[in-house]
Design a protein. Structure first.
Length: 435
C-alpha cells in the first residue's frame, strides 16, 4: 500500500501544468502549492499546507524593494495558541524564561536549553499530567551567548557536554542525570571567528564520535571575503576533532548555518540556513539541506546554484558551475533555525525520520513570513523539496508577533518540544488522535 513517504506524483497532462499532489500523514490526498504561489506571507500560512519552491521559481533581484519590517513583539493574546495539524495537542510546558534558544535532548531524556542572553544552560526533566516539568535546574552559568549543545561521546553514556559559545567551544564533565555541572568548563576550541554578525554556534558530532562540526555564520550580509578579513572562516561549517584540533572547512559559502543535525538514516550532516537579505521580498530563500563534504553553496557571490548576486557582478566566474542547489528551499527571510530528525515513536509512523525545523520569522520582507515550525518529509533520508506548515499561529491578524520558534527537541515519550523566544516559553506538541 502506498503512503505519504512513497507517493508523490504529478497528476494529469503536462507536468509543467499539473498540480503536485501527495498523501499526507492522515492518508488523504493534499495538493502542494508550487511556483510563484508557493511564496507566501503569514496571512496565507495554514497548518497542514504543503509548499515547494524550486530554483526555477526565483524572481529577478530587486523585483521588489528591500523592506525593513522587524517583528513587532506583543504579549500573547488571551485567545492565541499555537496551531498543529488535526490529531495533535499543544500544551504550554514552561514560560517566564529569559532568552530560550536551542534545545537538546540528553541521552537520559532530560531536555537541555541554551538561554543565550543570560548565558545559562537549563534542564527540564519529565512531564507531569498537566504537561509541566517534573523538575527544573540551572546546569551552568557565566557562558558567553551559548547556543550549541552536544553530548560526547555520542550514545547512551556521555562523559561530556559541549557548549558552543559565540567565540569558543567549551565542555563540562557530564554523566546521565547530572542537574548541575560537576566541574569547571574546559576550553576545547579557544578561538572561533567572532567580531559581530551572526553569533549562533551550533555543535554536533558524527555517530562514531570522530568528527565535531561547528557552524559559524557570516559577519555581514554580503561582504566579499576576498577583501574583508573579518569574514575569514565564516559562513562555513568547520570540522574539528573532539579535542578541538581544527581539521578543515567541511562546507563553505553557507551564509548562516544556524542549526546542525546528523541524519540517523544516512549519517549525513544537514543544516538549516539563513540566506542573505536586501535583494527583494522573495530573494533569497532560506534553506534546509544535507551538506556535501567540501561543497560550496554560493555565499556571497552566488545563490541557489549559479545565480550571481548583482552586488558582486562578474566576480569568481570559475565558481558559477560549482554552486550546489540546496535540497529544500524555504520561504525567503523566514530565519530557519534549529532542526532535527524525528526519531520518536509517539507520532504516526508516517512522521518517522522526517525533519522538524523552527522558523524564527522575517524582518527583511514587506509582509511577514515564518514564525512557525515546519516539517520536511523524507524518503530513505532524501528530501523531495516540499515542506509542511506544521505549527503555526504565532502572529496576530494585525501582524503583531507573539511567538518566535527557535529550538526543537524530541522527548523520550516522542512529544515535540519547541522553544519560543517571543513569548519566552517552551511548547509541547503531542499526538492525541487515532492511529
Amino acid at each position: 500500500m502506498m503512503n505519504r513517504k512513497t507517493c508523490y506524483w504529478l497528476l494529469g497532462g503536462a507536468a509543467a501544468l499539473a498540480p503536485l499532489v501527495i498523501l499526507a500523514a492522515s492518508g488523504t490526498e493534499v495538493s502542494v502549492t508550487t511556483g510563484k504561489a508557493a511564496f507566501q506571507d503569514y496571512k496565507e500560512v495554514k497548518t497542514g499546507a504543503f509548499r515547494k519552491i524550486t530554483a526555477a521559481d526565483l524572481p529577478e533581484p530587486f523585483a521588489t524593494k528591500s523592506s525593513s519590517n522587524g517583528a513587532r513583539v506583543v504579549p500573547r493574546p488571551e485567545n492565541a495558541w499555537p496551531q498543529a495539524p488535526e490529531g495533535f495537542k499543544v500544551d504550554l510546558y514552561a514560560t517566564g524564561l529569559g532568552n530560550p534558544r536551542e534545545l537538546r535532548t540528553a541521552p537520559n531524556g532530560d531536555i537541555f536549553l541554551a538561554e543565550t542572553g543570560p548565558g545559562e544552560i537549563k534542564i527540564f526533566r519529565g512531564v507531569t499530567a498537566d504537561s509541566e516539568p517534573v523538575e527544573t535546574s540551572t546546569f551552568a552559568t557565566g557562558l558567553k551567548a551559548p547556543f550549541g549543545i552536544a553530548f560526547y561521546p555520542p550514545g547512551p553514556n556521555p562523559s561530556w557536554i559541549y557548549i558552543g559559545n559565540t567565540t569558543s567551544v567549551v565542555r563540562f564533565p557530564y554523566k546521565n542525570g547530572d542537574l548541575k555541572a560537576t566541574g569547571e568548563p574546559q576550553t576545547i576550541v579557544p578561538e572561533l571567528p567572532g567580531g559581530g554578525g551572526h553569533t549562533t554556534r551550533d555543535v554536533v558530532f558524527t555517530a562514531d564520535g570522530e568528527k565535531m562540526f561547528v557552524a559559524v555564520g557570516s559577519a555581514s550580509n554580503v561582504d566579499d571575503p576576498d577583501t574583508t578579513p573579518r569574514e575569514f572562516h565564516r559562513a562555513n561549517i568547520l570540522q574539528f576533532k573532539p579535542d578541538g584540533t581544527f581539521v578543515k572547512i567541511y562546507g563553505a559559502g553557507i551564509r548562516n548555518p544556524v542549526g546542525l543535525a546528523i541524519d540517523p538514516t544516512t549519517g549525513e550532516l544537514w543544516c538549516s540556513v539563513n540566506e542573505r537579505d536586501e535583494l527583494g521580498d522573495n530573494l533569497v530563500p532560506d534553506y534546509i539541506t544535507h551538506v556535501q563534504e567540501g561543497g560550496f553553496y554560493g555565499w556571497p557571490w552566488y545563490y541557489i546554484g549559479g545565480h550571481q548576486d548583482p552586488r558582486h557582478d562578474g566576480k569568481h566566474p570559475e565558481l558559477k558551475n560549482k554552486v550546489i542547489v540546496p535540497d529544500v528551499l524555504m520561504q525567503p527571510h523566514n530565519a530557519s533555525l534549529e532542526m532535527l530528525f524525528y526519531e520518536g515513536k509517539q507520532f504516526p509512523k508516517e512522521y518517522a525520520g522526517d525533519i522538524f525545523a523552527a522558523e524564527h520569522g522575517s524582518w527583511n520582507r514587506a509582509v511577514r513570513t515564518g514564525y512557525e515550525v515546519v516539517r520536511v518529509p523524507l524518503k530513505n533520508g532524501h528530501a523531495g523539496g516540499e515542506f509542511e506548515d506544521f505549527l503555526t499561529g504565532f502572529v496576530t491578524p494585525e501582524g503583531g508577533v507573539w511567538g518566535r520558534p527557535v529550538g526543537v527537541a524530541v522527548a523520550p515519550d516522542g512529544s515535540l518540544f519547541v522553544s519560543d523566544d517571543g513569548s519566552r516559553s517552551i511548547w509541547r506538541v503531542s499526538w492525541a488522535g487515532k492511529r
